[in-house]
Design a protein around this ligand. Sequence first.
Ligand code: TYD
Length: 147
Amino acid sequence: MNEFHTNTVYDCSVIELSRHHSQRKGNLSVVENGDSIPFDIKRAYYLYDVPGGEARGEHAHKKLRQLIVAASGSFSVTLDDGNIKRTFLLNRPYQALYVVPGIWRTLDDFSSGSVCLVLASAPYDPEDYIRNYHHFLELKKDDTSLG
Ligand code: TYD
C-alpha cells in the first residue's frame, strides 16, 4: 500500500502564501522552495481563457503533488478520493490549494479572465495521469496496485 491508496481529501488543504502589501502599488505573493510549501517545485503551468461552463482537470495523479492558485479571478476545485468529495472555491491570489497524489480533481466555474496557476512537484509525465474515473476507483481500492 502506498500514499496513492491512503490519501484522502483531508490530506489536501489551503495554504496561505506570504502577502506583501504596498499601499500605493498593490500586492505581491511569493512561493519559494523550502519555505512553507510541502514539496520542491519542478514545473509551473497555467490555464487561462477557459470558456464559461467548461471543466478542466478530470484526472488523478499517481505521484504528482500540486499547488493550485487562482492567480486571477476565481474557479472551483472539487477533490474526490473515491469516498468523499470536497469543493474549494479559489478566489484569492494568496491562497494555494495543496493536492496530494491519489485524488481525482475537477476544476470548473471559471470566472471570465481567470488564471489558474499550477505549481507541480515533477516534470510533465503522461504516465503519471489516471484519466478514467472507473479505473481510478479500481486503483484506489486495490492496494496492491502501483507498487
Ligand atoms: P491536460 O492535462 O489535458 O489539461 P487539463 O487536464 O488541465 O484539462 O493538458 C492539455 C494539453 O497540454 C495536453 O496536450 C498535454 C499538454 N501539457 C503539457 O504538454 N505539459 C504540461 O505540463 C501539461 C499540464 C499539459
